[in-house]
Write a new protein. Sequence first.
Length: 219
Amino acid sequence: MQAKTLSLHHIIQPPTKARKKPAAIFLFHGYGSNEDDLFSFAPELPEELFIISARAPYPMQPTGNAWYSIYFDSNDGKFSDNQQAIQSRDAISAFIDEAIAAYDLDADTISLLGFSQGTILSYAVALSYPKKVKNVIALSGYINVDILKEGYRDHDFSKLNIYCSHGSVDQVIPIDWARKAPVILKELNIDTKLEEYPVGHGVAPQNFYSLKNWLIDRI
């Protein structure tokens, strides 16, 4: 099956186990990468899943893409363009709806898997629009509360499941940032824990097997 033309460029892998309306997982890559990166997970993910890997909307030079700009200033250090991030949050939300209609997906079994900046956006979409998402796999990222939809604390999160993991020696996103996620989520009555692995800004093999087993139990 060829990917259809939707608002975000993407690649797909239909399920090998036939279901009338398949459960789907959306993959969101990190800063400076593209849709091919996390798609390398596709052969190892549960075969009943319809896999969709999206490309971020902001092209970078010379290659790669971003969900929002990150600026490096000698005085202020590194900071994110939160307005662009909010635009990407809502672009992803709309893209999920488009994909459900285009590929006839099960709207009640939507999972998001993000890495780094893709995780930050996955958190933002799920916490801003929890009715759209059942599962979030949050790899090597953190929750940026400044890009969550106003009034998000009033939402019903009872059907939302979140898996968090991070490298304990991550030089790009400090482990302390990731450790705040379970605390924030507990305040929203979302019970989760952060799995830490002795790696940098990446996904250890044992990390992948853990997230895969977690996902199998929830689709």
